[in-house]
Design a protein around this ligand. Structure first.
Ligand code: ZN
Ligand code: ZN
Ligand code: ZN
Length: 366
């Protein structure tokens, strides 16, 4: 049986040949750990996997970093370079006579420029043109990893909606830190973000938690996620401190209906933009169209945001293994806002939500 990584390598080589790419050069970013299990540190020293379509792959890495790599000879070998060597020259030598190259979207420009001067007739393109559509389709091991990260985030979100994370009288920043600590306590190795927007700040979708103290009678949007064994979680729940006004209840019930309908629409074969359209039509139909100011969702995996994007203009149909967020929001500037977000995987049996925390408006005692 082939390992998931070897299967990925085979898919990459096939995609390279159909894209006319004869060598892939992977440095910073998620493509490298996806194929090798190794994440390059963002250093001035070059780390680069040289993956020719027609030959074995080599990981070029500073000798002092090499002990951190778990070499997998069936997939790639490690070539350590010494401090006095020019790693770009080593990469150019491994590239050989190949000229159709694809390089990591996030490789440092300095190495790209050096490579261009050493291989002046190379035709370069972004590696994501090859890897993006492949990485968007998760294999079984990746879906399990995403499910584990989502379950860990769910345990924190459950504490939030049940009122076990105190809000009133604490600053947004304190609550954000609390959520972050809980994400780690539930198994995440890293916290990626913990947005806490209270009162008027709840109307700012990417609000940064501030020293603002949360009061009674406020909407509080909490959007948080981290990385667990390499894969990301991302969940949003909105709670209200005390009895919400009827107008907020009305807004929230429209949002809840839109989010549920978009999840239900996310079946295999449905274009990404249709999932966005389902949420948008319901929100616009209730008169809030101008207050839903962002796309409905983004793919998720090794990165928090990756293909496929659930946005108008993306006609790509969902396929089994696509994993993405469904997170419509309604934001009334200066007043309040709300968002509900779950991670969903498209499967042949229908959309599978990885987050299971209740969607009903959470009213916490003050
Ligand atoms: Zn966001
Ligand atoms: Zn989020
Ligand atoms: Zn998200």
């Amino acid at each position: 049986m082939t390992s998931p990584r070897l299967a990925r390598l085979e898919r990459v080589r096939a995609a390279m040949s159909s894209a006319g790419v004869d060598c892939l050069l992977l440095s910073l970013g998620a493509d490298l750990p996806w194929l090798t299990g190794y994440t390059a540190m963002p250093l001035e020293r070059l780390t680069m996997l040289v993956l020719p379509a027609d030959a074995d792959a080599t990981l070029v890495i500073a000798r002092l970093e090499a002990p951190r790599v778990a070499e997998d000879p069936s997939a790639f070998t490690v070539l350590g370079w010494d401090e006095t060597e020019d790693p770009v020259e080593i990469v150019a030598r491994l590239v050989g006579t190949r000229r159709h190259l694809a390089i990591s979207d996030r490789a440092w420009a300095t190495f790209l420029l050096q490579l261009q001067s050493q291989v002046p007739d190379a035709q370069l393109r972004a590696a994501s043109t090859v890897t993006g559509p492949l990485r968007a389709v998760k294999d079984a091991s990746e879906v399990s990893a995403l499910a584990a990260a989502s379950s860990a985030a769910d345990r924190v979100a459950t504490a939030l909606v049940e009122g076990d994370i105190s809000l009133v009288g604490r600053s947004e920043a304190e609550v954000s830190d609390d959520i972050g600590r809980r994400l780690v306590a539930e198994g995440h190795q890293r916290v990626n973000f913990a947005i806490v927007g209270s009162g008027p700040n709840s109307a700012s979708p990417h609000h940064d938690a501030t020293s603002r103290v949360i009061g009674p009678g406020e909407a509080v949007v909490c959007d948080f996620g981290g990385t667990l064994d390499g894969y990301c979680s991302d969940i949003t729940r909105t709670v209200f401190t005390g009895d919400p006004p009827d107008e907020f209840r009305a807004l929230y019930s429209v949002l809840q209906e839109a989010q549920a309908a978009a999840v239900a629409a996310a079946s295999v074969g449905t274009p990404c933009e249709r999932v966005d359209g389902v949420a948008r039509d319901i929100i616009a139909g209730a008169g809030y169209g101008q207050y839903f100011i962002h796309r409905t969702g983004h793919g998720i995996g090794l990165e928090e945001h990756e293909d496929p994007y659930i946005v108008g203009g993306n006609g790509q149909p969902l396929v089994p293994g696509h994993a993405f967020s469904v997170e419509p929001g309604i934001y009334l500037p200066g007043r309040y806002g709300a968002r509900i977000e779950d991670i969903v995987v498209a499967t042949d049996e229908g959309p599978r939500a990885l987050n299971r925390v209740d969607h009903a408006l959470a009213v916490v005692e003050v």
